[in-house]
Design a protein around this ligand. Structure first.
Ligand SMILES: NC(=O)c1ccc[n+]([C@@H]2O[C@H](COP(=O)([O-])OP(=O)(O)OC[C@H]3O[C@@H](n4cnc5c(N)ncnc54)[C@H](O)[C@@H]3O)[C@@H](O)[C@H]2O)c1
Ligand SMILES: O=C(O)C(=O)C[C@@H](O)[C@H](O)[C@H](O)COP(=O)(O)O
Ligand SMILES: [Zn+2]
Length: 366
């Protein structure tokens, strides 16, 4: 078992990583339930994991109710949020209760946001069941929904009380979703850990095939990096947490253009976005072309898109930059970008000319 703490003074919380921990969830949730019934909000596609969780709660003497949410990015919406809040109110959830989010990043973001506003804020616990959620979205308290204008534009910072990660739940995850989650794993290497990127180059293939040791290493290393960064800059005010956005300004624009319909998964958008961030950095003379090529090659080898064409997007540079103007990092007329001086040397650049970005994107193959 590995336990990593997110250091946030009186709101610090543990991330427990252990094969099979879902079947022992009651041991961890007992003290949080305080003798009350727990409400689990689960992705409708993980009934087997919901059953394991509920059995464990029952064995620990904790009653539970379940609300199932349709799978997919479309559920990070006003409509689903409203239905969820009504269901939670109907079940009598109180401010001191903790809602359990069981599923991927969609469920975690949606349930975390619902918890942040229900009765002006109640608690929640993350039980992530996708690789992406286990290495990234379940940690750090960014919650929210998408709107017509783009990704995650309405939300709140609201930290969970506990994150329970059972890597064996990934045995049922479709390979495309495993690959999408792997993009966020690679991200940690590219941000500030070149040794971890090299580890990914050597171990990515076995990790994607479900090797338990490689999987455990990748989850623990990713989560440690995220816990350290979130502890240093919880609300993305100093620029440190913004590093976790590597590839996301490009990636969210590609996702918005694709339309949140499952044709381009978040991790796929991030993969293409990271390749574009490195290619743009190389074009600007900030990093070596060999580094950008190395990033694109590894993403391709992992079965991930390495640019606009591979992401299936045909939109112009101007259209994509139009999506980027909704980015939450925007400061007046400036849009800070995560660029790179090399692998593991990502930094926030506030001097990027959006016209140059549009021209660069137009030159990328379609
Ligand atoms: N809050 C954050 O810090 C943060 C970080 C990264 C991503 N995100 C958000 O996370 C979302 C993407 O999350 P995701 O990639 O987990 O997608 P997801 O939640 O849509 O899950 C992917 C698919 O896997 C299915 N699934 C989940 N667990 C399964 C399992 N164990 N077995 C079989 N199927 C399973 C789901 O039904 C869904 O179809 C995006 O909305 C993204 O914006 C948030
Ligand atoms: O935790 C963070 O901070 C991140 O940026 C992690 C990202 O992987 C994640 O996709 C996040 O939701 C993007 O945040 P946003 O602020 O750009 O919406
Ligand atoms: Zn992301």
């Amino acid at each position: 078992m590995t336990v990593i703490t997110v250091p946030l003074s009186d709101r610090s919380y543990d991330i427990v990583i252990e094969d099979g921990v879902l079947a022992r969830a009651g041991d961890y949730l007992g003290p949080i339930a305080r003798g009350r019934r727990m409400v689990i909000v689960a992705d409708a596609q993980v009934p087997m994991h919901l059953a394991t969780l509920r059995t464990s709660l029952t064995a620990s003497g904790i009653a539970s109710e379940a609300i199932e949410i349709p799978a997919g990015e479309g559920s990070k919406s006003w409509a689903t949020l409203e239905l969820l809040l009504d269901s939670l109110l109907a079940l009598g959830v109180e401010r001191g209760d903790h809602i359990v989010a069981l599923g991927g990043g969609v469920i975690g973001d949606l349930v975390g946001f619902a918890a942040s506003i229900l009765k002006r804020g109640c608690g929640f616990v993350q039980v992530p069941t996708t690789l992406l959620a286990q290495v990234d979205s379940s940690v750090g308290g960014k919650t929210g929904i998408n709107t017509r204008a783009g990704k995650n534009l309405v939300g709140a910072f609201h930290q969970p009380a506990l994150v329970l990660i059972d890597p064996t739940t990934l045995d049922t995850l479709p390979p495309r979703e495993v690959r999408a989650g792997y993009a966020e794993v690679v991200k940690y290497g590219l941000i500030d850990d070149p040794d971890f990127f090299a580890w990914c180059e050597s171990n990515g293939t076995v990790l994607l095939l479900g090797d338990p040791l490689a999987r455990a290493h990748a989850i623990a290393r990713s989560v440690s990096a995220k816990a350290r960064i979130v502890g240093a800059d919880e609300r993305e005010t100093t620029g440190t947490r913004a590093l976790l956005n590597l590839g996301h300004t490009f990636g969210h624009a590609l996702e918005a253009e694709a339309g949140f319909d499952g044709s381009l998964l978040h991790g796929e958008g991030v993969a293409a976005g990271m390749a574009l961030a490195f290619a743009f950095s190389a074009e600007q003379g900030l990093c070596r072309a060999e580094d950008a090529d190395r990033v694109a090659r590894h993403l391709r080898d992992a079965g991930l898109p390495d640019g606009i064409a591979a992401a299936g997007i045909t939109a112009s540079g101007e259209t994509l930059v139009g999506h980027m103007l909704h980015d939450k990092k925007r400061e007046g007329g400036t849009l800070p970008f995560l660029l790179a001086r090399g692998i593991g040397q990502t930094y926030l650049d506030r001097s990027v000319d959006l016209q140059q970005v549009a021209t660069f994107l137009d030159r990328c193959p379609r």
